[in-house]
Design a protein around this ligand. Structure first.
Ligand SMILES: Nc1ncnc2c1ncn2[C@@H]1O[C@H](COP(=O)(O)OP(=O)(O)O)[C@@H](O)[C@H]1O
Ligand SMILES: [Mg+2]
Length: 333
């Protein structure tokens, strides 16, 4: 049956974004150019987590809404519910290359995400006359956001991780950039010749041409912003995002399916162990938050320990699944 969804969450890569994603709505058209090459083909990334990801039906829908509307996706939820991995899962299935990663702390500013300029090294090189110090692009490196906004033909995936840790101004600063889809590099635009080949967030030495001191996007990037809910966002910000809330897997069947994706043969061999620990996980979860990856670690550890000696798997599992919130004492210890 036909589906409007380009991202299906089936963990099988395909190229349908090229043929099936409709052009953007008029109010989200961007005309940057000339087109730059896609991410460096030799760029390796570890897609194993992405290839094991099982999104919820709602996650699939909201991802597609963000793709169609060229809007950022704001993903909230407790730790370990798969917020960060969702970005990689989309990049993997849609063949969009390695996701760009921008981890946020209270010290991070918009400028850090856009680009950095290193005038000191330039001055030093000028003195030594070893390289062409007039080649200013050598001293300019685009950050993860700046790189995502290059005029690529297909969207890059950008993960703005834990945006709720940011300084108060960052969400609004981002809003402006997301509306315009472009930014200026004054160090370039003020020059007589504003064109330069600049470095990107992807790798060491590959460079990309910025023609007139502005980076202008062409395909709006697929932006995932994650939040553990430590702070509320301004209404103007929320209005321009597609929102998604993630929670722990709803039932034992879904959790078991996630385990199967991650542990493959191990989970089939040790179905008894999996069902014991999944049961334990849900029982303990009533007393406080636990994260899916804690269970994955517990399973791995118990499986290997139990191969060597008769261990009490429930006791061992409890030691590596401490509560991440809630009242740690409330389950009787
Ligand atoms: N729906 C899911 N399907 C498969 N693996 C998942 C899922 N949700 C979480 N995980 C796994 O749990 C771990 C934590 O996920 P992560 O994306 O880092 O969570 P968050 O960013 O919400 O803290 C990762 O190893 C991830 O692969
Ligand atoms: Mg995360």
């Amino acid at each position: 049956m036909a589906s409007w969804k380009i991202f299906e969450g089936t963990r099988r890569p395909h190229d349908r974004i090229r043929s099936e994603l409709p052009p953007p709505p008029r109010w989200r058209e961007f005309k940057g150019g000339p087109v730059v090459d896609p991410f460096p083909a030799d760029l390796d990334w570890d897609s194993s987590q992405a290839a094991a990801y099982r999104p919820t039906t709602e996650a699939v829908e909201q991802v597609n809404a963000a793709l169609y509307l060229r809007r950022p996706l704001l993903v909230t939820g407790p730790p370990g519910t798969g917020k960060s991995t969702l970005a990689a899962a989309v990049a993997y299935e849609l063949g969009l290359g390695p996701p760009l990663h921008w981890p946020i702390t209270s010290r991070v500013t918009l400028r850090d995400g856009l680009y950095e300029y290193d005038p000191l090294t330039r001055l030093y090189d000028e003195r030594r006359r070893q390289v062409d110090a007039d080649d200013i692009g050598r001293y300019l490196r685009l950050g993860p956001l700046g790189t995502a906004l290059l005029p690529y033909d297909r969207p890059r995936v950008l993960l703005i991780d834990e945006i709720d840790k940011s300084d108060l101004d960052l969400p609004n600063d981002l809003l402006t950039i997301f509306e315009k889809g472009e930014f200026e590099i004054p160090e370039l635009s003020r020059r007589e010749n504003p064109a330069a080949n600049v470095l990107t967030a992807d790798s060491g030495t590959d460079r990309v041409l910025v023609e007139d001191g502005f980076v202008r996007c062409r395909s709006f990037p697929f932006v995932v912003m994650t939040s553990n809910g430590e702070r509320e966002f301004p209404p103007a910000f929320l209005r321009r995002c597609i929102s998604l809330e993630l929670n722990q897997p709803a039932d034992e069947a879904e959790l078991t399916a996630i385990i199967r994706e991650h542990l493959g043969a191990l989970s089939a061999e040790r179905a008894d162990l999996v069902s014991t620990l999944v049961g334990e996980f849900f029982a303990r979860q009533n007393a406080g938050d636990l994260a899916t990856d804690q269970l994955l670690n517990a399973l791995y550890l118990c499986h290997h320990a139990a191969r060597v000696e008769a261990v009490n798997v429930v006791e061992l599992a409890e030691k590596v699944m401490p509560y991440i919130s809630g009242q740690p004492g409330s389950d009787g210890r």
